[in-house]
Design a protein around this ligand. Structure first.
Ligand SMILES: [Zn+2]
Length: 417
């Protein structure tokens, strides 16, 4: 016997509006837990045991002649569809209590819906890169009510990034675009998700096509060729972009926001955009898992520290915060006061006092000195010689891979303490 039963409300509404007398449906049960979810259509990726359900327009279960485990009697009164649920027992069918899975109309209902606010439901976000950053950001934005997504990533879920990724072991081998689409739809079944399992550096026209009617682009890739191309597209289409990265063993990282007319990503990292070192081999080694992400070639054999995923969280979280702030500008979002706080182009974060941050001061006695576990805002001057936003300079970025950013790479920007 099932103890807790959910019925998809939208299915009840759709069945009531149809002219069909009876339809087979699907009950998915979490095995051994007594929890059942009833849907009129088969789920794309089902869970648990499957049993048969009948949706019927009959006025009484006594006239039902089938053998389904569950019968959902649907009636319409004053244009409102309602359902009565029965489960088969040894003594015939007995009525059961149930809870609705919210309909599309109730999606954003504060008390009955899946999401709390609808102000971002029409907002379109492009996410390039669905690794440990992009996958989390996608799901957080879906939870915040963003309704339209375009996802770019040609990778599959692999063992070497599983510990930092939102995907689980049972999703190994799946395209990240497919897996994250499911994760988004799990939060908002009515979201629109377009998937592009391609390398954007080879399919820039797709990115540009999507960018034309987008509200925001998230750059969560791990190489400079894509950052360059994304930055160029943002400047050309006058769109807002959020860039984020962790460095080496995620001892720190930064978040950059591009706003049309302001400094671009090329202004931020300047000449180091095209690093002189030969890193193609590292990239390929990283690509096939011989070197994990966020680990430099030199550090590849060093001990892996505990909590690498937790070191990525603060950076992801700020990317989400700034994204929500940009998406809800001019709307009554409840976070507008952050516009007075998050005023910088770039933000720097350090997790540990090592490598680039080894001269920084212990948190508890830092005073006005630089320290870890807090954000620093940086204003980036517009670079009049920037290859991306100032001159129409075509650079050959073929062979450009992930470079290892240094705090000093910020050049002549001022770190405001
Ligand atoms: Zn620039």
């Amino acid at each position: 016997m099932a103890d807790i039963i959910y019925i998809n409300h939208q299915d009840v509404i759709n069945f009531a509006a149809s002219t069909v007398e009876e339809l087979d449906a699907y009950a998915y049960e979490w095995e051994g837990e007594g929890v059942v979810h009833i849907h009129l259509h088969p789920l794309k990726h089902s869970f648990g045991d499957l049993s048969k359900v009948s949706f019927s327009r009959a006025s009484s279960v006594s006239t039902y002649e089938g053998d389904s485990r569950f019968v959902v009697l649907v009636a319409t009164k004053e244009n409102i569809a309602s359902a009565t649920l029965f489960e088969r027992t040894s003594d015939g069918y007995s009525e059961k209590d149930y809870v609705y899975i919210p309909s599309q109309e109730d999606l954003y209902s504060r008390n009955e819906g899946l999401l709390e606010l609808d102000i971002l439901s029409k907002k379109k976000v492009i996410i390039v890169g669905l690794g440990s950053f992009g996958s989390q950001i996608a799901i957080e934005l879906a939870k915040a009510g963003v309704g339209v997504f375009s996802l770019f990533d040609f990778d599959r879920v692999e063992l070497h990034n599983l510990s930092r990724h939102t995907c689980n072991a049972n999703e190994l081998g799946r395209l990240k675009t497919d897996a994250i689409e499911d994760a988004i739809l799990g939060k908002n079944p009515y979201a629109t998700v377009k998937k592009y399992p391609v390398n954007i550096n080879e399919h820039l026209y797709l990115l540009e096509k999507e960018l034309k009617n987008a509200d925001l682009m998230i750059c969560a890739t791990d190489n400079n060729a894509s950052r360059y191309n994304i930055s160029k597209a943002l400047v050309r289409h006058k769109k807002i972009g959020i860039f984020g990265r962790a460095i080496t063993r995620a001892e720190g990282g930064d978040v950059f926001r591009y706003r049309p007319g302001g400094p671009c990503y090329g202004c931020l990292i300047g000449a180091d955009f095209l690093p002189p070192e030969e890193i193609t081999n590292v990239e390929s080694a990283r690509g096939d898992g011989r070197i994990p992400a966020y680990v430099s070639a030199e550090d590849a054999n060093a001990i892996v520290q505990v909590g690498l995923s937790s070191d990525i969280q603060p950076i992801c979280n700020l990317m989400v915060k700034i994204s929500l702030l940009e998406l809800s500008r001019g709307l009554n979002s409840g976070i507008n006061s952050l516009e007075d706080d998050l005023v910088y182009d770039c933000y720097i974060w350090a997790n540990r006092r090592e490598k680039n941050y080894k001269e920084w001061h212990p948190f508890f006695q830092a005073g006005k000195n630089r320290t870890v576990i807090r954000w620093y805002g940086v204003n980036v001057p517009r670079n009049e010689g920037c290859a991306i936003c100032s001159h129409n300079v075509e650079l050959d970025v073929s062979g450009v891979g992930g470079f290892k950013p240094q705090v000093d790479d910020l050049g002549d920007v001022t770190l405001e303490l």
